[in-house]
Design a protein around this ligand. Structure first.
Ligand SMILES: Cc1ncc(COP(=O)(O)O)c(C=O)c1O
Length: 473
């Protein structure tokens, strides 16, 4: 029996123009696919027989087109391995980058991202293999909208052990990262008739957008050296607030830790107003100088929704997040999750569960913590109080935890916008405090230095480049 296209092992889309000669049309289609980057170097092409079947051409026509493209250098043919796309990276024929190439700054000191060059590929693959070996086929079918029970069990143990969180698997909902968790919670609040959500000012503008997108109105609460100030909740607008979102362990972006008195005040207010505290524990694993600060949820599991994510510890691409909810919110949030996307991807959930139960996750977090602490130390040695920048009036803050620090600018001289523009011209991308305010100014001027993203090799050069920019301010 002839092998048909449907049973050929390589699937390929080639729009062949029927207006020109058949061989020429096929050659043009392949050239176009290769030079646009749609077919990347090394991609195997179907056999001449399978492609001839699929395009309703003679095998000789396909064979002649392949020969021509090999002669022109677009394809390579090797005995036994068939025909594949050549590497054109040296050639000006490839006008656009391959689709998975991101064009970025030379030195990326923007906050919010970890060093993904150290993603533990071997550990992750081992965990996924172990989790899938012998797993029932139902793993690959639709599952529980709340998330895989294996990961909910493992997280209940881990979060209790490392963050003091009171969690049972029944209270945990697995999500596609923090962003989906906050979106689902806001949808539930809005559906129940409450539509004002208080957020720290400054905070991440994208998170304000997500809350608004879900239909809620955002009220800003100022942040000082003790963390978020909730006095505004007692004012005329406060009565309508259904939830307060806080980054208590390490305020984003100011870097302060919420003072114990403020925590108690916040809990008292939430209980008195039947409101919810949404605790964003985005980098709680990375505390460098002291014992980790526990979660607020530990003190008040009845009124706190605790939200966490693997984005900082492993990588944002996994889109793995979790929430630990007061019991009465579980049903409505699971319903919102079901109507959003049935449930999050399950194989990654099983791999993470395996990493947690074998303590591979603990080992990974510990090794990352050490490396990020070294980076933080280097940052401090370049821009801290004892340096020329300290003497010039720069202040480095929020360095006891996390993957970013705030560098406030001296009152005199260039404003943050100009500094950032000069940094960008030197190939340094950096965060600007001014982008994070909810309220109108005037506000202090500062840079947010993310020290998670550059690889270990590049990081010292990135700090040198930043120092060069600031020295000329
Ligand atoms: C303040 C804050 N919260 C949460 C997150 C995690 O978001 P996600 O889990 O959606 O990647 C981040 C990531 O950068 C963050 O900066």
């Amino acid at each position: 029996m002839r092998k048909s296209w449907a049973t050929s092992s390589i699937d390929i889309h080639l729009p062949v123009d029927r207006g020109v000669g058949r061989r020429v049309a096929l050659e043009q289609a392949v050239r176009m696919a290769v030079t646009s980057g749609r077919l990347t170097a090394g991609t195997r092409l179907p056999s001449t027989r399978a492609l001839a079947d699929h395009l309703d051409l003679s095998r000789g026509t396909v064979s002649a087109a392949y020969d021509q493209l090999v002669a022109e250098g677009y394809l390579v043919a090797s005995r036994g391995a068939g025909t594949s796309v050549a590497d054109l990276s040296w050639s000006s024929a490839q006008a656009t980058p391959p689709p998975d190439t991101t064009w970025g700054p030379r030195y990326d000191l923007r906050p919010g991202r970890p060093d993904v060059t150290s993603f533990p590929v071997a550990t992750w693959l081992r965990a996924a293999r172990r989790a899938l070996t012998g797993a029932s086929a139902s793993v690959f079918s639709y599952g529980d909208p709340q998330g895989r029970i294996e990961l909910r069990r493992a997280l209940a143990d881990y979060l209790g052990r490392t963050r003091g969180v009171h969690a049972s698997p029944a209270q945990i909902v697995l999500t596609s990262g923090y962003v989906q968790a906050i979106a689902l919670l806001c949808q539930v609040l809005v559906r129940s008739g409450s539509s004002v959500v208080a957020m720290e000012d400054p905070n991440l503008p994208f998170h304000r957008e997500v809350v608004r997108w879900a239909g809620a109105r955002v009220m800003g609460l100022p942040v000082d050296e003790h963390g978020v100030d909730i006095d505004g909740l007692r004012g005329p607008d406060g009565g309508a607030v259904a939830a307060v979102v806080v980054t208590a362990a390490h305020q984003y972006p100011m870097g302060v830790t919420l003072h114990p008195d403020r925590r108690r005040e916040l809990i008292r207010w939430a209980r008195g107003s039947s409101a919810l505290i949404i605790e964003d524990d985005y980098d709680g694993e990375f505390r460098f100088d002291r014992q980790p600060v526990g979660a607020i949820q530990e003190l008040a599991p009845d009124c706190v929704a605790y939200l966490g994510s693997a984005s900082k510890t492993l990588g944002p691409a996994l889109r793995l997040g979790w929430m630990v909810l007061p019991a009465e919110l579980v049903g409505p949030v699971v319903a919102a999750k079901l109507h959003s996307d049935y449930h999050s991807e399950a194989v990654g959930q099983l791999a993470l569960a395996e990493m947690l139960t074998t303590y591979a996750y603990d080992r990974h977090v510990r090794s990352r913590r050490l490396r990020y602490r070294n980076r933080r130390d280097l940052l401090q040695s370049r821009f801290g109080p004892q340096t020329q920048f300290g003497a010039m009036g720069f202040r480095l803050q929020g360095i006891s935890a996390g993957l970013h620090a705030l560098l406030t600018l001296p009152a005199e001289g260039e404003a943050e916008r100009e500094v950032c523009a000069r940094a960008e011209a030197s190939g340094v991308a950096i965060g600007r405090l001014g982008e994070h305010w909810h309220s109108a100014g005037p506000h202090p001027q500062g840079l947010i230095v993310g020290f998670g993203t550059p690889s270990d090799l590049v990081y010292p050069a990135a700090l040198n480049a930043l120092a060069e920019v600031l020295a000329h301010r």
